[in-house]
Design a protein around this ligand. Structure first.
Ligand SMILES: C[S@@+](CC[C@H](N)C(=O)[O-])C[C@H]1O[C@@H](n2cnc3c(N)ncnc32)[C@H](O)[C@@H]1O
Ligand code: SF4
Length: 377
C-alpha cells in the first residue's frame, strides 16, 4: 500500500473570504523556528509507529507554505530524511501563493528537495481575483509560474477555480486557455463552493447559475482534453505520467501521516485495524502540545462496517475506478461483503465494469451521493 506524509503550515497573509481550510491570518511574526521544531517532534513520534515503511510522497500544504523561508523548509525536509529514506522518485510538493513569490526562495525550496510546486493561481483575471479577495493580481499569477520554471521546477501544478462571482463562460475559458498556454504538468480545476463558516457563506457574492457552472466545467474539460490533459479525478487533470502521487494515494485509500496544526492521518495497522486521527487545529495549541500525546485532537479506529463506504468515498472519484483485489487489499474485507450492492449498481447503470475495473458511469457521477449511501453500514 502506498504511503504519504502531509505537513500543514497554517498561516496566510490574509484569510480569503471563501476559504474553510485551517488557515489563519498572520498577525505577528511567523514563529518559523518553533513551528518547524514542533513539526519534527510530532513526526518523530509518528515515525516510531510506522517503522520500515517507505514514503512515496510528501505534501507541504496550507495555509501558505511559501511564507516559510528556504532554510526552514530545508530543516524540515532534513528532519523528514532523518526519519525516512527518501528516493529520487519521492514526490515532494509545496503549495505556493503567487502573492508570496521570491526567486531566491523558490531556488532554496528546490535545493532543499522540493520537486513539485502547486501554485494557487485561481484566475488570471485581476478583476476576478479581487472579487474573491486574493492578495495577488493577474500579472503576479503569470510571474509565479515563470519564477517556478526559472528556479528549476519542471513539475508544476496550477490550482484554478471557476464559477467565480460575476464570471462569464468566456472568462472561465480564458483562464483555462491561459493556463494551458503555460503548459503546466498538472491542473486542478475546482468549482468555487460556499462553505459554512466563511465570509462568503454569510454574505454570498453574485455567483453564476448551476447551469452556467455546468457549462463552464464541460467546456473547460473539453478544452483540457483537446490539449492533452488527462482527467483522472473529478477536479484533477495531468499531462501523461504527471498525475499527483500524493492525491492519488488519498483517492486510492492509501495510508498517510499528518503532522502540523489540524492535519489528518490514516494508518492501517498490521492487525488490519484502520486508524484515523487529527491534530490540534489551532496553531498555538498545536505548538504547545506537539511533543506529547495531547497533540491529537481526535483518534478513532474505523469500524469494519464503515470501511466499504470510506473506500468508495475515495475510489469512486478516480476515473480509473477500482478492482475487487484493490477492495480486499485496502479494507481487509471479503468481496462478498459488497458484491450484492455492486451488482445492483451495475444493473442500475451507476457503475460499469471493464477489464476488471469498476467505474462510475456518467449517470453514476450525477447520482454519486445516492450511489455512495448504498455502501453505508
Ligand atoms: C488548500 S487550498 C490552499 C492553496 C493556497 N493556500 C492558495 O490558496 O493559494 C488548495 C486549493 O483549494 C481551492 N479552494 C480553496 N477553497 C475553495 C472553495 N471554497 N471552493 C473551491 N475551491 C477552493 C483553491 O483552488 C486552492 O488553491
Ligand atoms: S491563501 Fe489559500 S489557504 Fe490561505 S486563506 Fe486563501 S485559500 Fe485559504
Amino acid at each position: 500500500m502506498s504511503f504519504s506524509l502531509y505537513i500543514h503550515l497554517p498561516w496566510c497573509v490574509k484569510k480569503c473570504p471563501y476559504c474553510d481550510f485551517n488557515s489563519h491570518t498572520l498577525r505577528t511574526e511567523l514563529p518559523e523556528s518553533d513551528y518547524i521544531k514542533a513539526l519534527l517532534a510530532d513526526l518523530q513520534q509518528e515515525a516510531a509507529l510506522v517503522e520500515g515503511r517507505q514514503l512515496h510522497s510528501i505534501f507541504i500544504g496550507g495555509g501558505t507554505p511559501s511564507l516559510f523561508s528556504g532554510a526552514a523548509i530545508q530543516q524540515l525536509l532534513d528532519g523528514v530524511r532523518a526519519c525516512f529514506t527518501l528516493t529520487d522518485t519521492t514526490e515532494i510538493t509545496l503549495e505556493a501563493n503567487p502573492g508570496t513569490v521570491e526567486q531566491q526562495r523558490f531556488l532554496d525550496y528546490r535545493a532543499a528537495g522540493v520537486n513539485r510546486l502547486s501554485i494557487g493561481i485561481q484566475s488570471f483575471s485581476s478583476a476576478a481575483l479581487q472579487r474573491i479577495g486574493r492578495i495577488h493580481n493577474g500579472d503576479e499569477a503569470l510571474a509565479a509560474v515563470e519564477t517556478a520554471r526559472t528556479a528549476g521546477f519542471d513539475n508544476v501544478n496550477l490550482d484554478l477555480m471557476y464559477a467565480l462571482p460575476q464570471q462569464t463562460l468566456a472568462d472561465a475559458v480564458a483562464d483555462i486557455t491561459q493556463a494551458i498556454a503555460l503548459s503546466p504538468s498538472h491542473l486542478s480545476h475546482y468549482q468555487l463552493t460556499l462553505e459554512p463558516n466563511t465570509l462568503f457563506h454569510h454574505q454570498p457574492p453574485p455567483l453564476p447559475s448551476d447551469e452556467l457552472a455546468w457549462d463552464m466545467q464541460q467546456t473547460c474539460q473539453a478544452e483540457l482534453a483537446a490539449n492533452g490533459f488527462i482527467q483522472y479525478e473529478v477536479s484533477a487533470y495531468a499531462q501523461p505520467q504527471r498525475q499527483c502521487a500524493h492525491n492519488r494515494n488519498y483517492w486510492q485509500f492509501g495510508d498517510y501521516l499528518g503532522i502540523g496544526a489540524g492535519a489528518h492521518g490514516k494508518i492501517t495497522h498490521a492487525d488490519g485495524r484502520v486508524q484515523r486521527y487529527s491534530k490540534q487545529r489551532h496553531p498555538q495549541h498545536y505548538l504547545q502540545t506537539a511533543t506529547t500525546a495531547a497533540r491529537f485532537a481526535t483518534q478513532e479506529t474505523v469500524a469494519l462496517k464503515d470501511l466499504p463506504f470510506e473506500f468508495m468515498l475515495n475510489l469512486l472519484r478516480l476515473n480509473a475506478g477500482f478492482t475487487a483485489a484493490q477492495f480486499t487489499q485496502s479494507t481487509g474485507l471479503a468481496w462478498s461483503v459488497i458484491e450484492a450492492i455492486i451488482n445492483q449498481a451495475l444493473a442500475d447503470e451507476l457503475l460499469e465494469l471493464s477489464q476488471q475495473h469498476y467505474r462510475t458511469t456518467a449517470r453514476g457521477q450525477q447520482y454519486l451521493n445516492e450511489l455512495l449511501t448504498r455502501f453505508m453500514a
